[in-house]
Design a protein around this ligand. Sequence first.
Ligand code: NAD
Length: 259
Amino acid sequence: MTAPQTPPHTGRVVLVTGAAGGIGSAIAEAYALDGAAVGLVDFDADAGRALAARLGDAGHRVHFAQADVANHAACAAACADIEAALGAIDTLVNNAGISPKHAGKPAPIWQMEPAEWHRVVDVNLHSVFNFVRILSPGMVDRKFGRIVSMSSVAGKAYLDIVAAHYGTTKAALIGMTRHLAGELGPHGITVNALAPGRIDTPMVAGAPRAANEAVIDVTPLRRLGKPGEVADACLFLTSPKADFITGQVVDVAGGWLMT
Ligand code: NAD
């Protein structure tokens, strides 16, 4: 008989942004089930508190902090709040993101409102700077950290189902991942990105049916992805099995694009 194994993230303190959403809540729950204490950050306080209550009632160590990830001071306050409740954060999942649509369609660049462009860059890209800037000093001091950011296949190839701000920020996250992996690697910190294809979450639920079917038609595995499948890849990248993997972008896309 083999001894029961300790879940790989036991003892870890993980912060997940956009934790109340489709992919973020799956990631947060997967970490909790894998033994981690989980800090949940989201703009949506009702959904965030409800998730924290559900996971807490199931016996997991979780703490919710409301923040707009685009706001540096709010991110710093959320990190301080979570660290006071759960301990030093060693694992950061930059998942929060938005993809504004108008009647289900992305705005073409010649009609894009400057405020919408700036908001998407702030939420999808500057948020990652915010959390890495706030949490990396502690990780460097402790010589250990795990960072995963949520890019997209739309950051690797042109897709007409998203707007320029979204594709641009998701591509920028890939460049940022590689740069940070280079800077932080000597300090024991790995930095990777995930590039999901089309995942069945509230973000895509608002899309016209034909948009999802068009993606399924060109996806070799012929379906949308599930939030839990993105969570599985995320947990792998921060687990000891991935200790020698950094600066990488892992597609979770059913073979769509394969760029
Ligand atoms: P979602 O819309 O279901 O959830 C996003 C969550 O982020 C929500 O809980 C929302 O409240 C939160 N959020 C949004 N703006 C915020 C802000 N300013 N501050 C704090 N929280 C904020 O989205 P999802 O489908 O779960 O996507 C999660 C991530 O995965 C995003 O970065 C998205 O771009 C990326 N992604 C999604 C897909 C997909 O098909 N769903 C594909 C590729 C990449």
